[in-house]
Design a protein around this ligand. Sequence first.
Ligand SMILES: *[C@@H]1O[C@H](CO)[C@@H](O)[C@H](O)[C@H]1NC(C)=O
Ligand SMILES: *[C@@H]1O[C@H](CO)[C@@H](O)[C@H](O)[C@H]1NC(C)=O
Ligand SMILES: *[C@@H]1O[C@H](CO)[C@@H](O)[C@H](O)[C@H]1NC(C)=O
Ligand SMILES: *[C@@H]1O[C@H](CO)[C@@H](O)[C@H](O)[C@H]1NC(C)=O
Ligand SMILES: *[C@@H]1O[C@H](CO)[C@@H](O)[C@H](O)[C@H]1NC(C)=O
Ligand SMILES: *[C@@H]1O[C@H](CO)[C@@H](O)[C@H](O)[C@H]1NC(C)=O
Ligand SMILES: *[C@@H]1O[C@H](CO)[C@@H](O)[C@H](O)[C@H]1NC(C)=O
Ligand SMILES: *[C@@H]1O[C@H](CO)[C@@H](O)[C@H](O)[C@H]1NC(C)=O
Ligand SMILES: *[C@@H]1O[C@H](CO)[C@@H](O)[C@H](O)[C@H]1NC(C)=O
Ligand SMILES: *[C@@H]1O[C@H](CO)[C@@H](O)[C@H](O)[C@H]1NC(C)=O
Ligand SMILES: *[C@@H]1O[C@H](CO)[C@@H](O)[C@H](O)[C@H]1NC(C)=O
Ligand SMILES: CC(=O)N[C@H]1CO[C@H](CO)[C@@H](O)[C@@H]1O
Length: 356
Amino acid sequence: MGFLGILVQVTWVAVMLSELAAAAIAFPIALPNCPDKCGDVEIPYPFGLREGCYIGQNFFVNCTNSFGPTQPILLGGLTATNFSLEGQANVLTHMAKDCYKHGVLDQDLSIWTSVYLNSSLNFTISSSQNKFIVVGCDTYAYLNFQQERGNFSTGCVSVCENTRYIVNGSCSGVGCCEVNIPNGLNYVSLESRSFNNHAKVGAFNPCGYAFISQQTMFNFSIDSLHSLQHQNMTPVVLDWAIGTETCKDVVNKSGYTCGGNSTCIDSDNGSGYRCKCMEGYLGNPYLHHGCQDINECENPNPCKLPREKCINGLGNFTCSCIKGYHLDISAGICVTNQSSELITLSVRKYTYCIAP
Ligand SMILES: *[C@@H]1O[C@H](CO)[C@@H](O)[C@H](O)[C@H]1NC(C)=O
Ligand SMILES: *[C@@H]1O[C@H](CO)[C@@H](O)[C@H](O)[C@H]1NC(C)=O
Ligand SMILES: *[C@@H]1O[C@H](CO)[C@@H](O)[C@H](O)[C@H]1NC(C)=O
Ligand SMILES: *[C@@H]1O[C@H](CO)[C@@H](O)[C@H](O)[C@H]1NC(C)=O
Ligand SMILES: *[C@@H]1O[C@H](CO)[C@@H](O)[C@H](O)[C@H]1NC(C)=O
Ligand SMILES: *[C@@H]1O[C@H](CO)[C@@H](O)[C@H](O)[C@H]1NC(C)=O
Ligand SMILES: *[C@@H]1O[C@H](CO)[C@@H](O)[C@H](O)[C@H]1NC(C)=O
Ligand SMILES: *[C@@H]1O[C@H](CO)[C@@H](O)[C@H](O)[C@H]1NC(C)=O
Ligand SMILES: *[C@@H]1O[C@H](CO)[C@@H](O)[C@H](O)[C@H]1NC(C)=O
Ligand SMILES: *[C@@H]1O[C@H](CO)[C@@H](O)[C@H](O)[C@H]1NC(C)=O
Ligand SMILES: *[C@@H]1O[C@H](CO)[C@@H](O)[C@H](O)[C@H]1NC(C)=O
Ligand SMILES: CC(=O)N[C@H]1CO[C@H](CO)[C@@H](O)[C@@H]1O
């Protein structure tokens, strides 16, 4: 019997492997007949490269090589590096810098920049994933932002006479300071300024730098004080959503875009809504047939008992003992049975982690 059991398991492994191969086929992310890549960047609907391929003017992506390599440019001019269906887009933004030579502003290296997202674009700078970061030893910098209710500024100051107290990996006030980004910003400008034109610190810190950065993408060290002069762009995470109405308002309207097997969620990072595949489904929830059942029995197989098998269902899965065995509840194992009928071992709800 034990030998037979092993044989059955070998067959079962073979079946799983063939299913795995079938599931490896990537799901479509763009509308039919629409390009889904610009350079190396995948362009999922609601974004699109051609008319008829995006959901609204905000989501038009200009795939162009006018600035060198082929890259996706958003309305408003920001270069995108990645789009996520969880409502975020990674973009590159300019940093602000003021550089000095012998106490005099170096015009070539100093780019005063206004990092702006057109307010009509309605994408906002993620307040949870980005920071406003200022690097320098003779530096103060502002982050100015414009909102319906008025104009506001924040910022920080960093002054140091030498690099002795700088802690690598820590932006905590010595050589580097950072402030949180308020919620819902879509028009900002950055300014970097100096008290003494870096006259006393120029030897190790020729410039002041002010930038918004995805927090995990910047690690301050002593090197940053001079090496950042050779960097112009920093990575920033934007939040996006569809339209300006909530789920409740749009769900029965013609423009409602969440497809089958998906749910609507209100954006709490601005106005509008987003779509999400239901638990146990995977794909692009903005497409009509975007969300398809996940085969939870794969990668890895959740049914781990000897002589147990996994049965994939729509949005869920079941673990059972293989043919000829049943669950001995006290022992917690599949034991041999006179009968050959299948016995349901247990039913577990599978929780799909949407942001692995
Ligand atoms: C895309 O950007 C390029 C370069 O700025 C511009 O020449 C072109 O007209 C844009 N294309 C569209 C469809 O807007
Ligand atoms: C792009 O975003 C997706 C979804 O968040 C993520 O899984 C993927 O790793 C990202 N790709 C890159 C190159 O950052
Ligand atoms: C905010 O600043 C901009 C540009 O400096 C100006 O045009 C606008 O009127 C200001 N808004 C308010 C509410 O003060
Ligand atoms: C940042 O750099 C420091 C050393 O410079 C290192 O110890 C630390 O692990 C780094 N942190 C990250 C998140 O890369
Ligand atoms: C800090 O990092 C720099 C490189 O950025 C390195 O030369 C220096 O030795 C590090 N200092 C400490 C205390 O780890
Ligand atoms: C952007 O948001 C504002 C207010 O939330 C709204 O009035 C406007 O229609 C939106 N624009 C677009 C293109 O969605
Ligand atoms: C949408 O329409 C369906 C069927 O007509 C109705 O049952 C449901 O209550 C409506 N939902 C909202 C939020 O109006
Ligand atoms: C808001 O943004 C954060 C990250 O910036 C994200 O984790 C969260 O899911 C977003 N929430 C909504 C409802 O868009
Ligand atoms: C929902 O998912 C099931 C299982 O993958 C699939 O057969 C069905 O077509 C999906 N529904 C829609 C509207 O795509
Ligand atoms: C799995 O989901 C389907 C469709 O929602 C449902 O009919 C079925 O009863 C579920 N099975 C289990 C074991 O929960
Ligand atoms: C297998 O054995 C169990 C426990 O003895 C019993 O409850 C069950 O009915 C048997 N299954 C079949 C299909 O006979
Ligand atoms: C593409 C686009 O609409 N760009 C506009 C963004 O906003 C600035 C000023 O707010 C305009 O000058 C751009 O033309």
